[in-house]
Design a protein around this ligand. Structure first.
Ligand code: GSH
Ligand code: GSH
Ligand code: FES
Lengths: 104, 104
């Protein structure tokens, strides 16, 4: 329950959070997308946390139904993976979501 | 040397070969691209071969300079990864490479 609280706190307190793996190209694509319009997400590399990595992934799966990386949150809301984030960007909705979340 | 011979033989004897990992989206994208124009590549999932997986990856790195997946060969020639294959497709060169390789 402690680790679950940490995840909930992390996504509530940071406008953009990306759970990632360092060697995954889809994770890199999502990180690059945010950089392109000047946003510095909080990035948590699940493969650099030892045993906590898989534990966090299990919690993310319980909280979001998604066990894959990248796992993206904006303004505390679960967005999804790389394809979901790119789709929002193509529709022009990502920037406004980020703006609202950063103003909070 | 035995495993290296197997890799050389595999890429020489099959028109299109993709060394992949089952859970990697870039590997899936490349497999889907070939399927789109009706090509059935020989797919080798490195994460399903136990200890041989990392050994094959080391050999691929020695032979091609590339340790990442997907690792694509057409007509015995090293093409590269997902971005390289997609670039060739965008330039309209991928289909003709595959055609020449399949006629051999
Ligand atoms: N459509 C999803 C795909 C996510 C996905 O399949 N991620 C892979 C890595 S690229 C993963 O986490 N695989 C681990 C698994 O499938 O267990 C997205 O765009 O994020
Ligand atoms: N641009 C390359 C990227 C390849 C890449 O970075 N692949 C990742 C998985 S998506 C990989 O093999 N990572 C393992 C590593 O970096 O050691 C491509 O398009 O194939
Ligand atoms: S591991 Fe290959 S795209 Fe994520």
């Amino acid at each position: 329950a402690r680790l679950e609280e940490t995840v909930k706190k992390t996504v509530a307190e940071n406008p953009v959070v990306v759970y990632s793996k360092t060697w995954c190209s889809y994770s890199s694509e999502v990180k690059a997308l945010f950089k392109k319009f000047g946003v510095e997400p909080l990035v948590i590399e699940l493969d650099e946390l030892g045993a906590q990595g898989p534990q966090l992934q299990k919690i993310l799966e319980r909280l979001t139904g998604q066990h894959t990386v990248p796992n993206v949150f904006i303004g505390g809301k679960h967005i999804g993976g790389c394809t979901d984030t790119v789709k929002l960007h193509r529709k022009g909705e990502l920037e406004s979501l980020v703006e609202t979340a950063t103003k909070k």
